[in-house]
Write a protein that binds this ligand. Structure first.
Ligand SMILES: [Zn+2]
Length: 230
């Protein structure tokens, strides 16, 4: 196993929207890929009550499709993370990081419109602060349609990616994993439509001379003696 990767998301489905193709690439490279969901993600939408697979099952199926380990669910209150002490979320992430020892972290962009996303980003950054001896070498923020681009303007909240991961070989698996969350998808031209997800991958790819890409804001990268030559 080359390296250990941990994606920390607020809700099941954020991981596929934001980094599904990249996670599949990590798996192909032989990396160990772990997923943690902070909020329970149980939707109150009516269609969820009518025989659609519960969100946790969808998350497990999506993880299996991408080749990730079985997800960890913190099970905190969906869309109400701001009612909890941030320290509670930080401590849970700290414990998981200590257990798994990831060198690469993926999480939300701190400027997202969704409050759960913002809190998880801040909690992840705090839990992975670069203390001496920290194993975390990189933290990347992904974008989630209908939250990242719906954020108010301004430099503090703008998603300005500097890292583009070629997902042309894993785009199909990303779309397969997304189908596990079919109940969360919306008709085009909603940003959470299959067409818009494909269009975003095409555009992010075009931004970097690639056929398809996922884009990330670099929140931190530490190049030590080993990692500079990669
Ligand atoms: Zn979300």
């Amino acid at each position: 196993m080359r390296s250990t990767v941990l994606l920390i998301a607020a809700h099941p489905d954020d991981e596929v929207f934001g980094a599904g193709g990249t996670l599949a690439r990590h798996v192909d490279d032989g990396d160990g890929v772990h997923l943690a969901f902070v909020a329970e993600g149980e939707s109150s939408r009516p269609e969820q009550a009518s025989g659609v697979a519960p969100r946790k099952d969808a998350a497990r199926a999506a993880a299996a499709t991408l080749g990730c380990a079985a997800p960890v669910f913190f099970g905190l209150a969906d869309q109400r993370l701001d009612t909890l002490p941030l320290l509670d979320i930080i401590r849970r992430i700290e414990a998981l990081v200590a257990e798994i020892g990831p060198s690469v972290i993926y999480t939300h962009h701190p400027g997202d419109l969704n409050a759960d996303h913002r809190l998880v980003a801040h909690a992840a950054l705090t839990a992975c602060r670069p203390l001496p001896g920290s194993v975390v070498r990189a933290i990347y923020a992904f974008e989630v349609p209908s939250s990242t681009e719906w954020s108010p303007g301004g430099a503090a909240t703008q998603f300005s990616p500097a890292r583009f991961v070629d997902i042309s070989r894993t785009m199909q698996r990303k779309m397969e994993a997304l189908r596990c969350y079919d109940a969360e998808m919306r008709p085009f031209p909603h940003p959470r439509s299959y067409e818009a997800v494909q269009a975003l991958a095409t555009w992010r790819g075009a931004c970097a001379g690639l056929a398809a890409a996922e884009a990330f804001v670099v929140l931190r990268e530490v190049a030590d003696a080993q990692s500079l030559s990669r």
